[in-house]
Design a binder for this molecule. Structure first.
Ligand code: EPU
Length: 423
C-alpha cells in the first residue's frame, strides 16, 4: 500500500528546525568507505531511505555497517581488507537509486575491477553517465558495456591523468575524485562541480589520507596515494532541506530558526532570490532565522550548478511563486524534464504555462487543496508546501519519494505547529 500524506491547508509554520546531514554528501561519503583499508565512521548521517539503499548495496559487496542512533545517526563501516568479496552493483539496487553509480570509481580504484548496472532513466531526465566512464578511461580504465552493466577493469591499477568535463556533473566529479585518490600518479580534473558536497567529500578523503587540493574551485588536483585509512567525519548539513523549510516560512507567512550550519554561505544565491521575493533572513548562532515580510514578489529564477540557484530547490520555489503578486519565470537548465510538479500545481489552481525549459507563473491569490501525485523527491515537497498554503486539504500520493530525501517530516513540522498526516 503506497502511503499518502494529508496536508491541512491554511497553516502557519513557527518554531525551530534542526537541519539533518546532507543526503547528497552522505551518499558519496558512504561510497568512499570502499576506498579505505579499515572502514570509515560517519556522523550526522540522515536516516533516509536512500541511505538505507546505499547501505544495502555496500552490504552486497561485503561491507558491514553499524548504526548508532544519535543525531541523526552515526554509521561505522567495517571494511576489513578481505571483507569485500564481490565487485558487482546489481540492477535491482541501482534501479532504485541512481547514486549507486558512486561505487564505480571506488571499486575500480581499490580492486582494479567492477561491474555496475547502468542506472536507466528517471522522472527528471535521461541522466546519462557517459562522462563518468570517459573520465575513468582517461585514468586508464578499460570499459565495456555488457548486458546492461558497466564492466570496468584496470588490471595494473588506475593511472593519474587529466580530464576536462564538457559539462559540470556532481556525481561524475565525485566518482573521478574518489578513483584518482588511489591512482598511480597525479590527476588534474577540469571544469568540475563546485557544490559544497564535493568539498565535503574531498575534506573527508583528505582526512582518510588522500592528497586533494582545489575542491570548491573548477579545477581539482589529486596526488595518488597507496592506501586510505579509517577516520571519523561529520556530514555537512543539508542545504536543500534548509532551503525547503525556508520556503515553508515564506509560503505560510511564518517564522523559522533553521539550525545546523552556515546556511548563508551554503545558500547564497538562493537567499538573494528569496530576499527579492520578500523573505527576511537574520544570522543566529549555528543557523539562520527566516520569516516572511508579508509580501510574495514575482521573480526570475534560473537553475545553475553551484554557486548558482540549485535545481533541487526549483520545484519548491515554484510553489511559492504561484502566490506572487505578478508574473514570474523559472528556467530549468540542469534537467530536461523537471517540471512534473507543474501539472499538479495547476490542479491546485496555479496559473503556469511551460515553454521549453521555461515556466511562466502568473501569481494567483490562493491555491485550493486537491488530490495530487508526487513524481520525484523535490516535487513531492513542493506539493506539501502548496498544500500548507492552500484553502482546504491536499492529499499527496506516492510519498515514498519524500522519504528518500527528507527525514522526520511530520515530526519536524509538528514541532513548529504544523499538522500533516500519513494515511
Ligand atoms: N550528465 C551527462 N552525462 C554524465 C553526467 C551528467 O550528460 O555523465 C548531465 C545530466 O543528464 C544533467 C547534468 O549533466 O543534465 C547534471 O547532472 P549531474 O551529473 O550533476 O547530476 P547528478 O550528479 O546525477 C546530483 C544530485 C541531484 C542534483 C544534481 C544537480 C546526488 C546524489 N544527486 O545528481 O540531486 O539534482 O546533482 O545538482 O548528488 C536530488 O537530491 O533531488 C537530486 C536529484
Amino acid at each position: 500500500m503506497v502511503e499518502k500524506i494529508k496536508v491541512y491547508g491554511g497553516q502557519v509554520i513557527n518554531g525551530t528546525i534542526q537541519i539533518s546531514g546532507a543526503k547528497n554528501s552522505a551518499l558519496p561519503l558512504l561510497a568512499a568507505s570502499i576506498l579505505s583499508d579499515d572502514g570509515l565512521s560517519l556522523k550526522n548521517v540522515p536516516p533516509l531511505s536512500d541511505i538505507k539503499t546505499m547501505l544495502t548495496l555496500l552490504n552486497k559487496l561485503g561491507i558491514e555497517s553499524n548504526i548508532t542512533k544519535d543525531n541523526d545517526f552515526s554509521i561505522s563501516v567495517n571494511n576489513k581488507t578481505d571483507s569485500i568479496n564481490t565487485f558487482t552493483a546489481p540492477y535491482d539496487i541501482v534501479k532504485k537509486m541512481r547514486a549507486s553509480i558512486l561505487v564505480l570509481g571506488p571499486l575500480l580504484a581499490r580492486f582494479g575491477q567492477c561491474r555496475v548496472s547502468l542506472p536507466g532513466g528517471c522522472a527528471i531526465g535521461v541522466r546519462p553517465i557517459d562522462l563518468h566512464l570517459k573520465g575513468l578511461e582517461a585514468l586508464g580504465a578499460d570499459i565495456e558495456l555488457k548486458d546492461g552493466y558497466v564492466c570496468a577493469q584496470a588490471k595494473m591499477g588506475l593511472k593519474g591523468g587529466e580530464f576536462e568535463f564538457p559539462i559540470v556533473t556532481v556525481t561524475g566529479t565525485e566518482n573521478l575524485m574518489m578513483a584518482a585518490t588511489l591512482a598511480n600518479g597525479y590527476t588534474v580534473l577540469k571544469n568540475v562541480a563546485k557544490e559544497p558536497e564535493i568539498v565535503d567529500l574531498a575534506n573527508c578523503l583528505n582526512k582518510m589520507g588522500a592528497k586533494i587540493t582545489g575542491q570548491g574551485t573548477s579545477e581539482i588536483h589529486i596526488k595518488g596515494v597507496t592506501r586510505l585509512n579509517n577516520t571519523t567525519y561529520t556530514v555537512l548539513p543539508d542545504r536543500i532541506e534548509a532551503g525547503t523549510y525556508a520556503i515553508a516560512a515564506g509560503i505560510t507567512r511564518g517564522n523559522l530558526d533553521l539550525i545546523g550550519g552556515d546556511f548563508r554561505s551554503l545558500l547564497t544565491c538562493f537567499i538573494t532570490k528569496m530576499e527579492e521575493i520578500g523573505l527576511v533572513f537574520e544570522d543566529i548562532p549555528n543557523g539562520i532565522r527566516v520569516y516572511s515580510s508579508g509580501k510574495i514578489n514575482p521573480c526570475h529564477i534560473e537553475t545553475k550548478p553551484f554557486p548558482g540557484f540549485p535545481t533541487d530547490l526549483q520545484a519548491q520555489t515554484m510553489s511559492l511563486l504561484c502566490l506572487a503578486t505578478g508574473e514570474s519565470t523559472v528556467e530549468e537548465n540542469i534537467w530536461e524534464n523537471r517540471f512534473m510538479h507543474v501539472a499538479e500545481l495547476i490542479r491546485m489552481g496555479a496559473n503556469i504555462s511551460i515553454s521549453g525549459h521555461k515556466a511562466i507563473i502568473k501569481g494567483v491569490s490562493s491555491l485550493i487543496g486537491a488530490p495530487v501525485m508526487a513524481t520525484d523527491l523535490r516535487a513531492s515537497f513542493s506539493l506539501v508546501l502548496a498544500g500548507l498554503a492552500a484553502k482546504g486539504n491536499t492529499i499527496v500520493d506516492r510519498v515514498y519519494h519524500l522519504d528518500r530525501g527528507y527525514c522526520c517530516v511530520e515530526k519536524k513540522l509538528a514541532n513548529c505547529g504544523v499538522k500533516i498526516d500519513r494515511i
